[in-house]
Every structure is written in C-alpha cells, then in structure tokens.
Design a protein around this ligand. Structure first.
Ligand code: NCD
Length: 300
C-alpha cells in the first residue's frame, strides 16, 4: 500500500489486513522491529480537527515514528512558497508519509506527482468527497459490535450531500454487503451518489435499523440559510425515535441539540460515539504501519 486516498483505491484484502492489524494493535499493542531508518509522518491539516489529528498523531507515536506538525501560518507557504516545493522539501528533510486534511481534493493531484524521494499520502478528509480512515474506523467499530455487517441495515442520517464521512462509509459498507439507507431532507440528498437508497422519513426508517449513524450539518460548506428548527423537528435523533436495540454512531464533532438531542449526550447508547474515537487510533496505526511496510519492507 503506497497511499491511502479513498476507499475505492483499497482492495478487499487490504481492508481485511487493516481490520486484522488494528485489532492486533488493540489487543496486543505494538512491539517495534528494528528498521534502518525511523519513519517520519508529517501532518498537514488545512482544516480543523480534534479526533482525526490527535489519533493519527498518537498512532504514529505508538508506532515509534517521528512526527512533524505542519502549520500553515508559521510555515513558508504563508510566505508564498509553492505547495509542490513544500512537499519536496518536507520529503528532502525526511518525511515519508504526508497525512493531509483539506477543504478541496488536491491530495489526488499531488499524490500522482514525482518526488525526488519516495513520498506516501494519506487522506485525513478531503473536501466533501472522501474520508477513508473515518469509514475504516466506523467499519471496525460496527464489526466489534455486530460481528459481520453483511445484510445489516445501516441508516445514515443528515447532511449526506456535504459529508465526506457519508460518502466513504457508503462506499465501504456497500462493498462489504451491508444494506445502507440514507435518511435526509431533499436539500441534503445527493443524486450523484449511486447504489444507495434515499429516504425522507426518519422514524419509519430507523425502527428496524442495526446501526444509526448521525451526521453534523456541514454549515461551513453551505451557503444557503439552514432552517435548524425544521431540521430538528424532522431529523433529530432523540429518545423518542431511537430504537435502543440499534447502535448509535457519529463521527464527531456532535452538535448536541441539533442532530442528536441534548438528553442523548448522557444516555448509555451514546457511549459508542467515544468508542469510535478510541478505535480510530488502532485503525490509523494499522494504516501507517502498512504504508511503512511498503516503504521499508518490514513492519511489526
Ligand atoms: C468529520 C470531518 O471532518 O469530515 N470529522 C471527523 O473527522 N471525525 C465530520 C464533521 O466534521 O462533521
């Protein structure tokens, strides 16, 4: 595995390998093998992040890798340096893996360029289109609770249109045989997403769900006025409409009182949301470790 750009670029064996390795890291931790060089991971986050950034950083540190934290404002990009030059210089200094989050999809273009030194890219969320590591950690979390996801009904609720988490989850969960249903008002549906059923009625569609995954309204990507009261009335998940036999998930950050009711914050069913964050470290350890295996031919 050279890069991790999106779910479609992973084959089934790689997905399985990530799941198995993540579970090994969770159960047994990491026993480092001697490598000729200590791998270095640079984090280039051009959008805010709490869970993704820190779990990637902790994952790299747990694996005994060097970490470099890039900050636009204190970097030479803010002096007008070209982004390609920045990447070339980071790799010349010693970075092996660039973990990128950005509001557009430039990771695809830059991962195709030729660098004097070998450079791998990992997508930590790009634009509205893809967030593969979130989908992989969600899949890992669902499997821990349900065993197989085959034929399980997974209902994704909310702003599907602007959510990269939704897109990557739909790709991955469809691939592994889950029945994915998206529940959203018309304005948050996306006709470009194929192979998924869109529904408007929350109650009807969540009652027999195995998993209910709520999403934050991506207000930073929406120009029109959002009618929050109408959204809350029709699409908020609360104690009245949530079937407690289902698993409640959310990639975070949660806006309690909007997509999930304030009461749910302290309910038992919400503890899986923190489990997602917890599992993210192991899944990201597995991803970084498989890329390092590709670079140095050895891993744990
Ligand atoms: C998501 C993202 O950045 O796309 N956050 C995350 O990585 N857990 C979801 C969001 O911001 O709503």
């Amino acid at each position: 595995m050279k890069h991790l750009l999106d779910i479609n670029s992973l084959n089934n064996e790689q997905i399985l390998e990530i799941m198995n390795l993540a579970s090994r890291f969770e159960l047994l931790g990491f026993v480092p093998k001697l490598l000729n060089k200590k791998p270095t991971v640079a984090f280039l986050f051009f959008e805010n992040s709490t869970r993704t950034k820190f779990s990637f950083e902790l994952a790299a540190k747990n694996l005994n890798y060097n970490t470099l934290d890039f900050n636009f404002n204190t970097s030479s990009l803010s002096k007008g340096e070209d982004f390609f030059d920045t990447l070339n210089n980071l790799s010349a200094i010693g970075a092996d893996i660039i973990v990128v989050r950005s509001s557009d999809d430039f990771i695809y273009e830059y991962s195709k360029k030729k660098y004097p030194y070998r450079l791998s890219f990992v997508n930590a969320g790009s634009g509205v289109g893809s967030h593969p590591t979130q989908a992989l950690l969600d899949f890992y979390t669902i499997q821990k609770h349900l065993g197989s996801v085959y034929n399980k009904k997974i209902v994704i609720v909310g702003d599907i249109k602007h959510s990269r988490v939704a897109k990557s989850n739909i790709e991955l969960l469809n691939r592994v045989g889950a029945k994915v249903v998206c529940v959203a008002p018309k304005c948050f549906q996306d006709e470009n997403i194929k192979n998924v059923q869109f529904e408007e009625d929350l109650f009807l569609n969540t009652q027999n769900a195995d998993v209910v995954m709520a999403l934050r309204i991506q207000k930073e990507r929406i120009e029109e006025e959002i009618d929050y009261l109408e959204y809350i009335e029709n699409y908020q998940i609360n104690e009245g409409n949530f079937n407690t036999d289902a698993i409640l998930m959310h990639p975070g950050p949660v806006n309690w009182g909007v997509e999930l009711s304030k009461e749910l914050q302290f309910a038992k069913c919400s503890k899986i949301i923190l489990e997602q964050a917890h599992n993210g470290t192991f899944v990201r350890m597995a991803i970084l470790n498989l890329i390092v295996k590709g670079i140095y031919g050895s891993h744990c």
